[in-house]
Design a protein around this ligand. Structure first.
Ligand code: ADP
Ligand code: ZN
Ligand code: ZN
Length: 719
């Protein structure tokens, strides 16, 4: 008999340990099975099994509880290899989640621990059975083609050699086999050579290539970071290794994807949420078999089952989409560091505005600092700032300043292009009753409803609730209507169109990019100069490279500073720097205009001067004084529920208990969201490791009800 130790599927911390079962056969680590648990059965993940010299009864007696037998084994081979298995156990310590949650985040849906195991799609492939037959010229050609393109699908081969395939099958040269369908997503194309690196790039390349460990490649947009990644990747592949290139959002980095695919052709795979389940599964298998050499992917690609990694790149490493805020609340950068360590390969963090954490580590020498100082093409565009409170005092337009209008006129006259960024979608921010002045709010959240002119609806940007515009005010019953306050991208488009009736305007925001490929179509049109002006939310600030854009205008550029969050300065600065980098990327010189209400805030001032280092210094002073990250580490616990009293009580009990073991900032009430009342407790301590250790012990023994609690380790937002 075999004694099997496994992790059980469930969500509570107190049950997150190994359970013992009996089995007549040994079971390998990483295989899933069904086990009896209480009155039902559960999925379990095997940790290990060992031979036991005795019966189930004697084992039960020895352990002091009834040991049951495993009901069913679900996999033929382990789903996770040893590296990923260990990574899951590491991840659970870092994120305070349950073991099973970590296994799940590493697998594609088809192999999730929970729920049904989905079937895989099969296809017919052709294999060579016997090459010794004598063949006609054409038949020999077909055979050679198969030799060169193995494994090849039957359908694909039949398209090329319609009748010959059948003949060769009948002859016994080929045989047909059913295999899991794994199609390459990249079309075959001409592979282009790389550019020759300049001196500075060559130095960066050599510094990184020589050494495993973490490198911060710090250089403004256009300094040639991507070109360095490509050279490093090529080298790694030549050494027979795989490469992972992580990007914040695939849809917003089409140019990066194009460049990589032009260099690596069919060796390239992609992994992101825009793929359907089958496509994701195929990419997963191809990585596992080592058939894809380079993967460009978003956050979750960091868990792909690479055989042998030679390089990891994390582009735009400061981007907040690398952090997952639900359990396991991991940061992709931390996982990348861990994997690069396992594979003894370099990890390159690239950015023009590194996160404070990474830059501080590079200054201390924990990461190697590699900087690129010169820029290809033009110097950075010049930034002009317009103080909107002045404009309004002078009775001028509160949407488009005179200076922005004048520059837009010039751009249109010269047939160049402009990007306008306004980080607010919809038409107006809120609607107020003309009689009682009450603001219309979402019935499910504590938030104002925004007016959307295109569909004549009011929408909640938090939960997605929408309703037709009301005739009567729900507060006072008046039918005198509502006035809109503040403006979003839809209103901006309308204003620009009014001012420049002949201009062609495209909009890109959450509302019109939900369908597959929507991003790509908008960006393609703009790239082909089918429009003069692109208006959009923060998504137009990321990574785009349009040489004909010579003007970028940011409206309400200091809006982000209004958030009460401790990172609001950093995020505002990043956004403005990114936006500024979109202007003047080609031959022509670019201009940038920030319209602000608070031109003296240091995040705005340093963004105008495009001075990351000064921003870093000042922001670090503030973080140090306030004892905020990176000087301390936070863990947040959020409780939510429909009954306000009950949630608050649980949160307060929790606060009392946890405050005994670490420093707590107390209970904070968050805005209601989707009918859920929410309370949050944040604890902090200088060293994360200590904090995590204490909390883990606490979670295992506490009697406070933790059902529905969300834990976020190093949360990026505290709102
Ligand atoms: P970053 O990733 O830092 O924004 P890129 O790698 O995209 O910079 O480089 C900016 C521009 O300069 C691109 O158009 C790129 O093709 C060009 N470029 C980069 N390196 C070289 C080089 N060594 N020789 C010629 N052109 C280069
Ligand atoms: Zn009213
Ligand atoms: Zn809502």
């Amino acid at each position: 008999m075999y004694k099997v130790e496994c992790w059980i599927e469930n969500a509570v911390h107190s049950l997150d340990h190994l359970f013992t079962y009996g089995s007549s056969v040994p079971i390998e680590r990483g295989i899933r099975c069904y086990v009896p648990f209480g009155k039902s059965r559960r999925m379990a993940f095997v940790d290990h099994s060992e031979e036991y010299d005795g019966t189930l009864e004697s084992l039960s007696q020895k352990l002091g509880y009834p040991v049951k037998e495993i009901q069913q084994i679900l996999d033929e081979e382990p789903l996770l290899n040893q590296e990923l298995y260990d990574l899951a156990l590491w991840l659970k310590e870092k994120t305070l989640s349950t073991t099973i949650a970590c296994f799940q985040v590493m697998m594609t849906n088809k192999k999730r621990v929970k729920g049904k195991v989905k079937s895989v799609v099969l296809e017919q492939i052709i294999e060579i059975a016997d090459e010794s037959f004598s063949l006609s010229v054409k038949q020999a050609q077909c055979l050679r083609y198969v030799q060169e393109h193995t494994p090849i699908s039957y359908i694909e081969l039949r398209k090329k050699y319609p009748s010959i395939v059948k003949t060769l099958l009948n002859k016994g040269v080929f045989i047909k086999k059913a295999q899991e369908r794994l199609s390459f997503l990249q079309a075959e194309q001409e592979v282009q050579p790389l550019k020759v690196l300049n001196q500075e790039q060559t130095k960066a390349y050599q510094l990184i290539q020589r050494k495993e460990g973490v490198h911060l490649l710090y250089g403004q947009t256009g300094s040639g970071k991507t070109e360095v990644y490509l050279h490093l990747a090529k080298k790694a592949i030549e050494e027979g290794k795989q490469v992972l290139i992580l990007v914040p959002e695939i849809g917003l980095t089409p140019q990066m994807v194009n460049r990589v695919s032009r260099v690596f052709g069919q060796d390239l795979g992609m992994y992101h949420s825009g793929l359907n389940e089958q496509e994701r599964y195929e990419q997963y298998q191809l990585v596992k078999q080592g058939r894809l050499k380079v993967i460009v992917g978003t956050r979750s690609a960091v868990f792909l089952p690479f055989q042998k990694l030679g390089l990891i790149v994390l582009d735009e490493e400061h981007d907040s989409s690398y952090k997952q805020d639900v359990q396991p609340s991991y940061h992709c950068r931390d996982v990348a560091v861990e994997r690069a360590g396992f594979h003894h390969c370099p990890l390159v963090l690239g950015s023009a505005t590194p996160s404070l954490e990474s830059y501080a580590k590079a200054l201390k020498g924990v990461y190697q600092m590699v900087s690129l100082k010169t820029r290809f093409g033009q110097d950075m565009a010049k930034v002009h700032v317009v103080d909107m409170s002045q404009e309004i005092r002078q009775g001028k337009d509160y949407i488009l300043s005179d200076e922005l209008k004048q520059r837009l006129t010039e751009v249109l006259r010269k047939k160049e292009q402009a990007i306008l960024l306004l980080n607010k979608r919809g038409y107006s921010r809120l609607l107020r009753c003309k009689s009682c002045q009450e603001v219309l709010t979402c019935p499910h959240c504590d938030l104002a409803l925004s007016y959307h002119a295109d569909c004549q609806k009011m929408k909640c940007h938090s939960c997605g609730y929408e309703m037709k515009v009301l005739r009567r005010c729900p507060h006072c019953g008046s039918e005198h209507g509502f006035s809109g306050y503040g403006f979003g991208t839809q209103r901006l488009c309308e204003e620009v169109q009014k001012e420049f009736p002949k201009s062609r305007i495209l909009r890109m925001d959450f509302d019109n990019t939900q369908r597959k490929n929507a991003h790509r179509k908008i960006l393609e049109s703009f790239g082909n100069h089918k429009a003069d002006i692109l208006v959009g939310t923060q998504m137009v600030a990321k990574g785009l490279d349009f040489p004909n854009v010579t003007l970028v205008g940011v409206l309400n550029a200091d809006d982000g500073l209004q958030r009460s969050d401790y990172r609001s300065g950093e995020h505002t600065f990043d956004l403005l720097m990114q936006a500024a980098g979109r202007s003047g990327r080609g031959e022509k010189k670019g201009t940038v205009i920030f319209q602000v209400y608070n031109p003296t805030h240091f995040a705005i001032r340093f963004a105008i001067e495009q001075d990351y280092e000064s921003f870093f210094k000042q922001e670090m002073v503030y973080r140090h004084l306030a004892k905020y990250p990176p000087y301390t580490s936070f863990v947040s616990f959020t409780f939510e529920g429909r009954k306000e009293e009950k949630v608050r009580e649980i949160a307060e009990n929790f606060q009392q208990e946890i405050a005994k073991i670490c420093f707590s900032l107390g209970v904070a009430a968050l805005l209601k969201k989707q009918d859920l009342y929410r309370y949050r407790i944040v604890v902090k301590e200088k060293y994360l490791e200590n904090l995590l250790k204490k909390i883990r012990v606490f979670l295992e023994v506490t009697t406070v009800e933790l059902q529905g609690m969300k834990i976020d380790v190093n949360p990026l937002y505290l709102e």
